[in-house]
Design a protein. Sequence first.
Length: 443
Amino acid sequence: MIDLKSAYIRAVLQGVTARVQTAADALDWADGKQVLDATELVPPLRTADDWAVWRRLTRQIQGLGPRAIAHKRSTAIGSVNWGGDNPDGIDARLASLGLKQLATAALKQLVAIGIAGLLPHQPEEGPPKLQRMGGYLEPLYREDDIGGDPAAWLQVLAEGSGNRYRLRVYQPDASLPTRGTLTEWRNATNPYELGNQPSNAWDGVIIPSIVMVDAAQDGTPIGELAQALPVLKGEVAAQARILRASDANAWPLRWASGDWDLPKDSSALDVLVATVPGSQVGIVEPPSLTGLFALHDRILERARGDLKLPISSITTGDFPSGEALDQANAISIATATMYAGLLGELLTGGVAGYAELLGIPRESAPPVSVEINREQTRRAITEQARNDYREGLISFRAAVLAVAQYYPHWSDNEVEEFIREQTSRVSVQDFNAFVTGQADGEP
């Protein structure tokens, strides 16, 4: 059991308030519900008119978070399936749980903050449930194993109106890690108040299934979106500059010399009448948008690279080379495969705990697999197979088998027959070319 009152744990939890806020910000940006802070994004606003312009611009700005989450979801989650021999009719129960919806919700947490959890639990009434763990999650380590195997898991939830916290610590039993103790503190003033007398404690509860994408040196989770927050804020700031400069181009500031009959309320269609010959009128040259567009394109490229998105997700004025396109798409597919593997691990652990609540042994629980979207990978794999065969790196059979998986209506027997026919045809052509002196190397 980990000592929650130790000096080490108290020191670790000193920074949990800031980590909770960072996680909340990352999730807000992922949902497109972020609050745009003028002090972070634009020069100081000094007058009421400045603030009015800023409020107008913020209603026209959206960050890249929802776009990034949408692309990750469409790539990483193609299908969710499970195996096993349907012990005690669990397949029907799993079909009603909405495992794909759980995977989708968990993926957003993994991308945003780098950690996600599923909690199997038995409500006071009704059948067992498998639910996503909300709030902020963080592993707690022993002092001699920082960044190793977590000794406990901390969950921070909002309590009441949001100015209080509900804190939960799940501590696995050393002899049976799938079960353990749940300790809860209600109405905590701060998210680090674990040394006080707990409100409740339960023994023998099922420990939730939790996975992490990556961890910092102190073992706390980090997500792609949280890491990319500075770039996402810079992109929003660039949007604000472009919109403000566009206003100046659309409605430039006028100047006049001499004597003019100026209407009290003017518009773009007004006709100005000069009362003195030689009077002049003009506009102050507005700022050029070219530099702002170039800066925005550069930030977009940085954001796309940091979030490991495919080229098609964020395009700029310059179309990349074929090599850059292949590399970016390969990284995107590799990242999607990594997320699909983590989601499969998360769902498998959650379903095992759910099965245990149903009275089914954990070892009999069906494993869950998450397959990436085949359409996202079909073109890349098929082109690579053709190129490798053309260069003589793989056999014709290997190339066909690599491509066949993307054509589900192509049966195994049909694939084998196609390989035999094509191999025989190619062999005859090569023989005829050799006999007639047209083979490679013949004059």
